[in-house]
Design a protein around this ligand. Structure first.
Ligand SMILES: [Zn+2]
Length: 276
């Protein structure tokens, strides 16, 4: 287990990029083999837009990384955070607990609150405007959302007292698992359901991308599915009923134009429809 600490303590940026690009390429291939939907879309054009937002996410995270590093060093140096209140435990338990709390605060809670607070929703909305969810949708985040998520990651580090290697390990896992649960793939139903007891499965996350409420406000999880089950935000919807997008922005020029997508947070709020 020591190698995990060594490796993620000094993981080169090139390896982090390789994980991102390798994950995209891997799930892209699986999407052609076992697609959930046979979309009639220009896959490369769709990917280009989402990759643009992936790059802005990377840029935001790179330019703010020093804050995260300071927070982790400060917390560990001052023995601040949950880790320092807990009894001695085996390494695997320490790691699992750390990754789960990172996931709860920096992903589940950050996501949940963006669905609750109107100005945050106007940034997060860009992620939901995608009408063709595939593996490239995973990091389709407005730069403003990337900043919001970044500060929740800092919060998670401070609550936990997480060392930097754990943060980098969490982020690497998060990239690949998000690409997995957004991928346009159909696993056998029994397998998808079995997976969804532990981690977010593709079917589970697709419900979150259904175009109307209450489905949009469900399944906020990123890696571990326990948080949605625990907090009562777990929902299911049959695959054949899924319609991707968000009902307030279903017009092509609203969800497929990069300039409009960047401007959405500064446009007037539109109230989403709720099915009863
Ligand atoms: Zn969402």
């Amino acid at each position: 287990m020591e190698f995990l600490i060594d490796y993620f303590s000094s993981i080169p940026s090139s390896h982090r990029s390789a994980i991102l690009v390798g994950g995209l390429a891997f799930f892209w291939m699986i999407e052609s083999a076992i697609p959930l939907f046979r979309f009639r879309y220009e896959k490369w054009k769709h990917a280009a837009l989402n990759i643009f937002f992936t790059l802005t996410t990377v840029l935001v995270n790179l330019s703010l990384a020093f804050i995260l590093l300071l927070a982790a060093d400060w917390a560990v140096g001052n023995e601040f955070g949950l880790f320092f209140l807990m009894p001695e435990m085996p390494f695997w338990l320490y790691l699992l607990f750390g990754l789960m709390i990172m996931d709860l605060i920096s992903a589940w809670f950050a996501h949940w609150i963006q669905h609750r607070v109107r100005w945050m929703w106007k940034f997060h909305l860009i992620h939901h405007t995608d009408t063709h969810i595939d593996t490239t949708s995973a990091n389709r985040h407005h730069p403003g959302e990337s900043v919001i998520r970044f500060f929740f990651t800092v919060l998670a580090v401070l609550v936990l007292g997480a060392p930097m290697w754990m943060v980098l390990l969490y982020q690497s896992l998060s990239v690949v698992l998000s690409q997995f649960n957004h991928a346009n793939i159909s696993l056998p139903l029994w397998l998808d359901r079995a997976i969804s007891w532990f981690i977010i499965s593709p079917d589970m996350h697709k419900v979150h991308h259904h175009y109307v409420l209450p489905y949009t406000d469900s399944n906020y999880g990123n890696i571990f599915s326990i948080w949605d089950r625990l907090f009562g935000t777990f929902m299911t919807l049959d695959r054949d009923k899924l319609i991707y997008g968000v009902d307030t922005h279903m017009k092509e020029e609203e969800h497929s134009d990069v300039v409009n997508l960047l401007k959405i947070p500064f446009q007037e709020y539109r109230k989403p429809t709720r099915l009863e």
